[in-house]
Design a protein around this ligand. Structure first.
Ligand SMILES: NC(=O)c1ccc[n+]([C@@H]2O[C@H](COP(=O)([O-])OP(=O)(O)OC[C@H]3O[C@@H](n4cnc5c(N)ncnc54)[C@H](O)[C@@H]3O)[C@@H](O)[C@H]2O)c1
Ligand SMILES: [Fe+2]
Length: 415
């Protein structure tokens, strides 16, 4: 058995926990830079949370310039604000964009240089100014993960910075903060979390030699990440539809937020895979929400991997109560893919790449760019070559999921 798990020093979870923020920030510094967006900065609940920092005797500088997709300028402006304030602790409050921005601002305040110096894995030379992360969406898991995703003006697709030093010191997850998320955001971010958990659980395991965690940030499916992935899959499966349909249901909101945080712990060490690899170029072309793009790919990715991880897919379906009776793994895996397809449709995730504006002429570029994301592709349980990637994106474009399960597929069952 091999296990590897990296996580924040503190994780707080539950309604009302946001009011512990000031006490945790005061343990870490005397001058806080709070990183958020304009919507959040205008929110009364946000003001009450920030007041806990001032009440704990910490000076607060507010930077509310975070923008969707994280263009480089909004990171640079945050670094300028942090430097001017001599910030010694960074607080990220908001969706994944705000938390990722806080992580990258802490990185540049600590080590200087340009964002591009740190693209890829293990490029950060040492610890950062401490980050306290307070998510207001239930989705990305960024509050516990070693990664931040940014837009680079010189590159067509978003890029990742992955390093254990990016993991926040403290994550404070308060499901009451997600009550204001509208249905579309709840669906896209919750589906992102489901994809994180399922990709972490179905990724290829690696040999756990002693160098693996020193050489890779994402080390594949393992005994410790599986624990969190299982709970996340069950928790999100049970409550995502209710959280979308009845946004004031705090029990459902709590389940989905627990699932998103645990999915973050799972994929933060195990890694994600082909749904995320395809979403980067698709997102660049369509500017669709990250969660919507990865969720759209999930049924196709599961079908593509169906014969390589039959037992794992069957387990996903049992955890989500999508499998009836005592079906064997083969039947259960098929029922799981059907059930997940229906669930994603029920929360409004589009079914095909064509529906979100991709044209047939874009498919070769998407396949090429997706294959280039080797840190993600290497995790997939079925080896992915160009022909396989072409099949995957063609099926997701046309909606012909069954084309991925033909017994004539050269890769199916054989490898
Ligand atoms: N670092 C990671 O581990 C990781 C993982 C997955 C995705 N991401 C990144 O996270 C980003 C997506 O994050 P997201 O899905 O949380 O969305 P987001 O942060 O982009 O926010 C989307 C919108 O929702 C609004 N919003 C946030 N909280 C709200 C609330 N409680 N009520 C009403 N509106 C609210 C925001 O103001 C914004 O307008 C992408 O940039 C993606 O690349 C990062
Ligand atoms: Fe994601």
């Amino acid at each position: 058995m091999f296990g590897a798990l990296r996580s924040p020093r503190n994780i707080l979870f539950g309604r009302g926990q946001r009011l512990a923020l000031g006490g945790y920030v005061a343990k870490l510094g005397a001058r806080a830079l709070v990183v958020t967006d304009a919507r959040m900065a205008a929110d009364a609940q946000f003001a009450a949370v920030i007041d806990t920092i001032r009440a704990a005797g910490v000076a607060v500088t507010l930077y509310d310039g975070v923008e969707a997709e994280l263009p480089a300028e909004c990171i640079e402006a945050g670094v300028v604000a942090g430097r001017a304030a001599s910030a010694d602790v960074i607080v990220g409050i908001g969706g994944g964009s705000c938390i990722d921005a806080a992580k990258v601002i802490a990185l540049l305040l600590t080590h200087g240089g340009a964002m591009s110096d740190y693209y890829g894995e293990f490029k950060i030379p040492g610890p950062l100014l401490p980050v306290v992360a307070v998510p207001t969406t239930a989705g990305t898991g960024s509050e516990v993960t070693p990664v931040a995703v940014v837009a680079d003006p010189d590159r067509a697709v978003k890029v990742g910075i992955a390093s254990p030093y990016l993991i926040p010191d403290t994550a404070i997850c308060d499901p009451e903060l997600t009550l204001t998320c509208p249905p579309g955001l709840t669906a896209a971010s919750g589906a992102d979390a489901l994809v994180h958990a399922i990709e972490a659980f179905t990724n290829a395991p690696r040999d756990g030699d002693a160098a693996i965690t020193l050489e890779h940030v994402f080390v594949g499916k393992n005994a410790l990440t599986d624990q969190h992935a299982r709970t996340a899959i069950a928790s999100i499966g049970q409550s995502l539809v209710r959280a979308v349909d009845q946004g004031d249901d705090l029990v459902a909101r709590t389940d989905v937020m627990l699932g998103s945080m645990l999915a973050g712990l799972a994929f933060g060490s195990a890694g994600t895979s082909i749904c995320h690899a395809v979403q980067y170029p698709v997102g660049a072309l369509t500017h669709t929400a990250h969660g919507l793009g990865v969720a759209l790919m999930l049924p196709y990715a599961l079908q593509f991997n169906r014969h390589h991880v039959t037992a794992e897919i069957a387990t996903v379906g049992r955890l989500m109560s999508l499998v009836t009776g005592n079906s064997d793994d083969e039947a259960a895996a098929d029922a799981t893919i059907e059930g997940i397809t229906k669930l994603l449709g029920a929360v409004g995730i589009p079914a095909t790449l064509a529906e979100i504006g991709i044209a047939a002429k874009d498919l070769p570029w998407i396949a090429e760019q997706a294959l280039g994301a080797n840190r993600l592709i290497k995790n997939n349980p079925r080896p992915v070559d160009r022909a396989g990637m072409d099949q995957l994106v063609a099926a997701a474009f046309s909606g012909d999921r069954q084309s991925l399960s033909s017994p004539n597929q050269p890769d199916a069952r054989a490898s």
